[in-house]
Design a protein around this ligand. Structure first.
Ligand code: UD1
Length: 422
C-alpha cells in the first residue's frame, strides 16, 4: 500500500493537463458491448477503475486492448459468451453494475452481483431494478446476484426516477436501446456523462430522443455498430485542480484540455470566493485571492454543484475568512473526511447533511487516512496548504480516480512524494 508524504505551504504555479473522465468513460465502455463490431475510445485515463472494468469486460468474453501510451481502448464485443459479472469484480467498483444493462440489453440475459455498500454509507440500486421491471425485463435475486431476463424484445413503457440517478439512467439506457419497443425515462440524469453516453449510442445507430433533458425516450433498433470517439475531459478532476489553485495565496494554475461547459454552476461559485477564474476555450486559469471569502454551497444534480466536489470545497473553506456551510443533498452522509481535517487543525462540525466550517484556521501537518476517493483528494489539498509535513495514508482510493496526481502536482511546484506504507 502506498502513501503520500506532502510538505505544504507553497503556492502552486504552472500548467496542468486535464485527463479523460473516469465516470464518463465507464458508460461508454459498457455501451461498446452493445455493438456488432469493435469500438475505439480515445482519451481514457489510466486509472484503477478503468483496469477493473476492463477485467469485468474480459470475464464475459469480450476482447479489450488498452493502448496505454495512446490512452486508447479498443473493445471488441463480438466474442461475448459468458453473461455474468462476479462479486469479486463488482465489489471493487460499483459501476461494474452497468454490465446488467449492457448484457441483458444485448443478449437478453444477465447475472450480475449486487454491489456492496460504500465507505460513506449505503448506495442502493433499487431504481436500476425497478426501472428494468417497468420496461418488461424479468428481475430476480439469487444469492446476492441479480438475474435479468428479457428474451428477444420487451414492450417498454415509462419509469420515473425518484431521485434522479446517473447510474440508473445509464443502466436503463443500456438495457433499452436494443430491447424496448418504446421506453421513456422521466427525471433522467442530465449529467454530461449521460449526454456523452446517449450521443455515443446514437452514433452507433440507436434511437434516443430528449438527450440532455430530463426525459429520454428510447425506441429499440435492430443493431448497433462500433464507432470511434474521444472521451470527455474529467470535470471533477478539473474542479479539484481549480480548488487547488484557489486555496493558497499566490497560486496561479492554468488547466488545459477542459470542457468548461461541463462545470455547471461551479465557476460562478468559485468567483464568489474572490478567486479569479478566466475561461478561454478549453483552458481555464485560476488565480488565488489574497483573502479567500467564505461561500456556502449545497450539492445538487447537474448543473448544480456536484457532490463529487463538496469535500474539496469544504476543505478550501477552512482557509476562507469567516463562516460557511456545505450541504450535501445527494448523499447525506459523505463527510468521513471531516474528522481527519479536524486533526490537521480545521474548525468543522457536521450536523445532519451539513458541515459548518469556521475559518480561517491554520492547518498543521499530521498523518491522515483516506476513506474514499473524493475524501482522499481533499486530504491532499489540505496537506498542500498545511505547515510542515503530512502523510496521507491509503491512497489507493486516489488511484481509482486521479491520473498521475503526484506528477501533475509536482509539475506546478508541490512537494509531494509517493512512498510505500511500512
Ligand atoms: C455517480 C458517480 C458518482 C457521483 C454520483 C452523483 C459514477 C461511476 N459515479 O454515482 O461519482 O457521486 O453519480 O453525482 O458515475 N439512488 C437511489 N436508488 C438507486 C440509485 C441511486 O436511491 O437505485 C440515489 C443515491 O442513493 C443518491 C442519488 O440517487 O442519493 C444519486 O445517486 P446516483 O446518481 O445513482 O449515483 P451513482 O450513479 O452511483
Amino acid at each position: 500500500m502506498d502513501k503520500f508524504i506532502i510538505k505544504g505551504g507553497t503556492p502552486l504555479k504552472g500548467t496542468i493537463p486535464i485527463s479523460g473522465s473516469k465516470n464518463a468513460a465507464l458508460p461508454l465502455m459498457a455501451a461498446s458491448l452493445l455493438g456488432n463490431s469493435p469500438s475505439v475510445i480515445q482519451n481514457i485515463p489510466k486509472l484503477k477503475d478503468i483496469y477493473t472494468f476492463n477485467n469485468v469486460i474480459r470475464v464475459v468474453g469480450a476482447h479489450v486492448d488498452f493502448k496505454e501510451d495512446e490512452n486508447t481502448l479498443v473493445i471488441d464485443p463480438t466474442h461475448i459468451n459468458h453473461l455474468e459479472a462476479p462479486y469479486d469484480l463488482v465489489r471493487k467498483m460499483r459501476a461494474s453494475f452497468y454490465m446488467l444493462g449492457a448484457l441483458v440489453g444485448k443478449h437478453g440475459f444477465a447475472k450480475v452481483s449486487l454491489p456492496g455498500g460504500c465507505a460513506w454509507g449505503p448506495r442502493p440500486v433499487d431504481l436500476h431494478l425497478k426501472g428494468m421491471e417497468a420496461m418488461g425485463i424479468d428481475i430476480s435475486l439469487e444469492k446476492g446476484y441479480v438475474i435479468a431476463k428479457a428474451g428477444d424484445k420487451v414492450e417498454g413503457g415509462s419509469f420515473k426516477l425518484e431521485p434522479s440517478s446517473v447510474g440508473a439512467t445509464v443502466n436503463l439506457v443500456l438495457a433499452s436501446v436494443l430491447k424496448a419497443e418504446k421506453f421513456t425515462i422521466k427525471n433522467a440524469a442530465k449529467e454530461p456523462d449521460v449526454v456523452q453516453l446517449c450521443n455515443f449510442l446514437v452514433e452507433m445507430g440507436a434511437n434516443i430522443q430528449g438527450i440532455g433533458t430530463d426525459t429520454l425516450t428510447i425506441k429499440a433498433v435492430d443493431e448497433l455498430q462500433g464507432i470511434k470517439v474521444s472521451n470527455d475531459p474529467d470535470r471533477i478532476e478539473l474542479g479539484t485542480f481549480m480548488i487547488a489553485g484557489a486555496m493558497f495565496p499566490g497560486s496561479d494554475l492554468t488547466l488545459n484540455g477542459c470542457n468548461p461547459d461541463h462545470l455547471g454552476s461551479f465557476p460562478d461559485k468559485l468567483r464568489k470566493t474572490g478567486t479569479s477564474v478566466d475561461i478561454n476555450g478549453t483552458t481555464i486559469r485560476v488565480k488565488a485571492s489574497d483573502k479567500l471569502k467564505p461561500v456556502s454551497i449545497k450539492t445538487e444534480i447537474y448543473p448544480g454543484f456536484p457532490t463529487d466536489l463538496q469535500a474539496q470545497w469544504a476543505t478550501m473553506m477552512t482557509q476562507a475568512d469567516g463562516n460557511s456551510k456545505v450541504t450535501d443533498t445527494v448523499y447525506f452522509d459523505r463527510f468521513s473526511y471531516v474528522p481527519e481535517l479536524v486533526r490537521l487543525g480545521a474548525d468543522m462540525e457536521v450536523e445532519k447533511n451539513t458541515v459548518k466550517i469556521s475559518g480561517k484556521t491554520p492547518l498543521t501537518g499530521a498523518s491522515v487516512m483516506s476513506t474514499d476517493l473524493r475524501a482522499s483528494v481533499s486530504l491532499v489539498l489540505a496537506a498542500l496548504v498545511a505547515e510542515n509535513t503530512s502523510e496521507v495514508l491509503r491512497i489507493y482510493h486516489l488511484d481509482r480516480g486521479y491520473e498521475s496526481l503526484e506528477d501533475k502536482l509536482t509539475a506546478v511546484g508541490a512537494n509531494i512524494k509517493r512512498v510505500e506504507e511500512t
